[in-house]
Ligand binder design. Structure first.
Ligand SMILES: NC(=O)C1=CN([C@@H]2O[C@H](COP(=O)(O)OP(=O)(O)OC[C@H]3O[C@@H](n4cnc5c(N)ncnc54)[C@H](O)[C@@H]3O)[C@@H](O)[C@H]2O)C=CC1
Ligand SMILES: O=C(O)C(=O)Cc1ccc(O)cc1
Length: 369
């Protein structure tokens, strides 16, 4: 069992707040001290019992700390490392971060921190498009991959301690090289973000003089663009600290987009179908409950009669059986008379119990992967 006397969380937002909640709910810490430039958010974290103390300065916060977690946007992480380099830390104190890019951070930490300061880069592959302490959840990291990127000089004892720490909050820890990390996340996270934003931008431009674009932008469009609602500052910093891999992939996108345009110009059914078959097969082969998927919702839809009170009726059935519903709403992408309700849960277990119960009440249930 890993246990810390004092943990400092710098940046008490979605990720920092969720880590604090997870450490506390697993009984891993005596005292959590929060640091944040947003005093309202920090007060909220205190009132909600997520932190024990709101520090007035980084310097006071890190006194006698055993673990310091930097959970701020990437450029701010660099700034905090610079500040930490000049502060007296307890012997054996571990500094880690949660930033979405790793090569620049780890290189900077290696250069700027005194040799006896222990830094291990980190990146939880879990989160959402939401920001701030009110979106934090103690279960955010359950089954998510948590990447650690130790530098060549990182202390193996500290890496091992962090591995156990994140395993204790039920994450799956993977240790990898910072450059390799950045290359892979550029493809599976950063490019999808840019593409989602481009899709939104195109439709927003088209919709300027025609309300039909936003009126019809439901269903698939909403699904593939959810991530475009993420924090602009966070994504700006991610792009700027992972330029080369993202640029390479964007050039590859241009080439691939031209290829699709060529098939269309030639009205080439064979290549278009082969493309969709190949991509569908790969997409369908992804494990449904992938360990490490950045997932915090478990969703299902049910077919319902489109009449008043239906949401309350379904919510009551679940509530009476102690099943925690995270969200419930009507899906608006259907034109039929009957509607669909979208239900989301915070755990797989809640989803499974709800499915069983609703099937028992005669509802047609579809689990969304
Ligand atoms: N949002 C996500 O899904 C994920 C985000 N990350 C990384 O986690 C980090 C934090 O992101 P979120 O928690 O999502 O953002 P957030 O916006 O919810 O929280 C960031 C917090 O940092 C505070 N902050 C900003 N500058 C500060 C400074 N100089 N000193 C002290 N506090 C400061 C903000 O006031 C805010 O409370 C980023 O580096 C991001 O790349 C990593 C995995 C997933
Ligand atoms: O919203 C989602 O699905 C995400 O993928 C969130 C996310 C954002 C940034 C990361 O570095 C990791 C995960």
């Amino acid at each position: 069992m890993i246990h810390f006397n004092k943990i400092v969380i710098v940046g008490c937002g979605l990720i920092g707040g969720s880590l604090a909640m997870a450490f506390r709910s697993h009984g891993m810490v005596n005292r959590i001290v929060g640091v944040d430039i947003d005093t309202h958010g920090l007060d909220k974290a205190l009132t909600m019992g997520i932190i024990d103390e709101a520090a007035d300065s980084l310097e006071n916060a890190v006194l006698m700390a055993d673990l310091v977690v930097l959970a701020v946007p990437v450029q701010q992480t660099i700034r905090q490392l610079e500040l930490l380099a000049g502060l007296p830390l307890k012997r054996g104190c571990i500094i880690t971060d949660v930033s979405s890019t790793k090569k620049e951070i780890c290189g900077f930490a290696n250069k700027c921190l005194p040799k006896d300061t222990v830094f291990v880069g980190g990146h939880p592959m879990a989160g959402s498009e939401k920001t701030g302490i009110t979106a934090a959840s103690p279960r955010l990291f359950e089954n998510a991959v948590y990447i650690l990127t130790p530098g060549t000089s990182s202390d193996t004892i500290a890496v091992d301690k962090l591995r156990q720490t994140f395993e204790q909050i039920r994450a799956q820890v993977l240790v990898m090289d910072p450059a390799q990390h950045d290359q892979v996340v550029a493809a599976i996270s950063h490019i999808p973000h840019v593409v989602a934003a481009l899709l939104v931008d195109q439709v927003a431009d088209l919709g300027q003089n025609n309300p039909l674009y936003s009126r019809l932008a439901a269903g698939g469009f909403r699904d593939v663009t959810r991530i475009a609602s993420g924090s602009p500052v966070m994504w700006r910093d991610i792009l700027l600290t992972n330029r080369e891999p993202i640029l390479q992939l964007l050039r590859d996108w241009v080439r691939r987009t031209k290829e699709v345009a060529n098939w269309l110009e030639e009205a080439n059914p064979q290549d278009i179908e082969t493309f969709f078959t190949r991509t569908r097969e790969w997409r369908d082969s992804l494990p449904a409950k992938a360990k490490g998927a950045a997932r915090i919702y478990y969703e299902m839809t049910i077919d319902v009669e489109d009449k008043p009170g239906i949401i309350g009726k379904v919510a009551t059935i679940l509530g009476e059986h102690g099943i925690n519903l995270r969200n419930i709403g009507i899906l608006e992408n259907r034109e039929e008379v009957n509607g669909q309700l979208l239900l989301s849960f915070s755990s797989y277990q809640d989803q499974a119990e709800a499915m069983h119960l609703l099937l028992g009440h005669g509802y047609k249930v579809h689990v969304r992967e």
